[in-house]
Design a protein around this ligand. Structure first.
Ligand code: SF4
Length: 477
């Protein structure tokens, strides 16, 4: 247990995130009888200084200027206390984190934001000197920002993306915290009733607000738990309501055990350009361990089927650091993927999410070391390069092994605009479905307003009217 004594309780969680970078899911309390360590973090607002101690370690940093903007002041104060905590931890248990003191999920957005406000050189200085980001990760973020620039510049202020969520899966993965329901025929069909209504209401918002529909993404859960007929009806409804899908449409088909020739044919007939077929690993033993009801062979067969039907933009998701896997296992997965040559590859680092079965049963599952996962991530990068793919978007999650990241790789013509819009929070998202997150971006104010739809389907259906009112409030300003 760590005792945290601070005069800025509003930043307690932020300081706790720094502590957990080094010490994992340790308990942190303001008062403790026999703590293993005591950290103090103090902010002197008048002097503009943050300081702290941890055992014999001490650190002190200036709060950077805020230009008289109260929101910016809060931001800079938070960064200063986090920087103090990080410096203390580094002294107490010497070890460099790849992303330094950054704990947010969007480092690329932060780098772009800093460059926009202070210029490229100052953004680089702050990344390396203030946040202690490693040169490799700075390079990754800068490369991705350069790739994203034309996509971001192509978005207008009244553009939005449409997201449709299908919160059902065939089985629950060991590491899942999403809370997808297990798909049963009748419940999925019943879900389509409020979903179609939600989409119709969204179409009215877009028309009344003069919005331009830029891209469409069907995610989950697993959208292909829908039958071919249900997919056909859903896509037809979207086309009718929105007059098409915008410039691109992705369906996260996900698991091969839910994908059939008939469903792929329906997607193709509606002009869906991009699909995902997500193996996570190509090792059957691991697939069983993580609760997936398919084999590596089915992945290969489904991929071949999608190619035969004419899909030229197929993404595959992998996870580095799965329980029981070592670097040899990951190398085997990568060589199987290399043989398939997908058009997009997304390499995730395993995150031990709070509400996952993995977190509950962590003692039963041996996990690879931080160093090993770091090497796996590098192997993923090399594999992507060999098949002609480059990093184009990234994000981080809490509790990722090695405090690493998830990176999406694409070829020049297979970049998914929606993934960039969504992760960078540069384009508003009008989301439909249970557990789907609508976001309105107020770019000039660097502000994002969110509306989260209820997770469980009956509550979602019951609250549709209210949800619509909230969306109208945000999008018809
Ligand atoms: S496919 Fe995704 S949403 Fe479904 S159980 Fe697995 S991790 Fe969760």
């Amino acid at each position: 247990m760590v005792q945290l004594i601070t005069n800025v309780p509003q930043y307690e969680n932020d300081i706790a995130e720094e502590i957990r970078l080094f010490w994992g899911a340790v308990e942190i309390r303001a008062e403790a009888e026999q703590p293993e360590a005591v950290m103090t973090v103090t902010l002197d607002e008048r002097q503009g200084v943050a300081s702290g101690t941890l055992g014999s370690a001490a650190a002190c940093f200036d709060v950077l200027p805020d230009g008289g903007d109260p929101l910016e002041r809060k931001r800079q104060q938070k960064r200063a206390v986090k920087r103090v905590a990080y410096a203390l931890l580094q002294q107490a248990c010497p070890s460099d984190m790849p992303w330094g003191s950054l704990t947010g999920i969007r480092p690329t957005k932060l780098l772009r934001d800093l460059a926009g406000r202070y210029g490229d050189a100052e953004a680089v200085r702050q990344f390396t000197e203030v946040f202690s980001v490693s040169p490799e990760k700075l390079r990754l973020a800068a490369t991705i920002n350069a790739v994203q620039r034309p996509i971001l510049e192509s978005a207008g202020p009244r553009d939005l993306d449409v997201y449709v969520g299908i919160p059902y899966c065939r089985t629950r993965c060991l590491y899942c915290s999403f809370g997808a329901e297990i798909a049963k025929g009748a419940s999925v069909e019943a879900y389509l009733i409020p979903l179609f209504d939600d989409i119709s209401r969204g179409g009215r918002i877009v028309r009344e607000g003069g919005w331009r529909h830029r891209a469409t993404y069907l995610g989950g859960g697993t959208p292909t738990v829908l039958s071919a007929d249900q997919l056909d009806r859903l896509l037809s409804h979207l086309e009718t309501v929105y007059g098409g899908f915008g410039a691109e449409c992705t369906v996260e088909a996900g698991r091969p055990d839910t994908i059939t020739e008939e469903k792929l044919t329906v997607l193709k007939a509606h002009g869906v350009g991009r699909i995902s077929i997500n193996p996570q690993t190509m090792n059957d033993e691991t697939l069983r361990r993580i609760g997936r009801a398919h084999t590596a062979r089915e992945i290969v067969e489904t991929f071949a089927l999608a190619r035969k039907i004419g899909f030229r933009s197929i993404n595959m998701d992998l996870i580095a650091g799965l329980p029981g896997e070592d670097e040899d296992d990951f190398a085997r997965t990568l060589s199987a993927i290399e043989a398939l040559r997908p058009d997009n590859l997304t390499v995730h680092t395993l995150a031990i999410k709070r509400s996952s079965r993995l977190k509950e049963q962590i003692d039963r599952y041996p996990l690879p070391s931080r160093e090993s996962v770091t090497r796996m991530i590098d192997m993923g990068f090399d594999c992507a390069r060999r098949i002609g793919l480059w990093p184009y978007y990234m994000y981080r999650q809490k509790y990722q092994n090695g405090n690493l990241e998830n990176v999406g790789y694409a070829g020049r013509d297979t970049i998914c605009m929606y993934n960039i819009d969504m992760m960078e929070e540069t384009t508003s998202i009008l989301a439909h479905g249970a557990n789907a997150m609508t976001k309105r971006i107020f770019d000039a104010e660097r502000r994002v307003e969110r509306i989260a739809a209820p997770k469980d389907v009956p509550t979602y259906a019951a609250k549709l009217e209210k949800l619509d009112g909230q969306k109208r409030g945000l999008f018809l300003l």
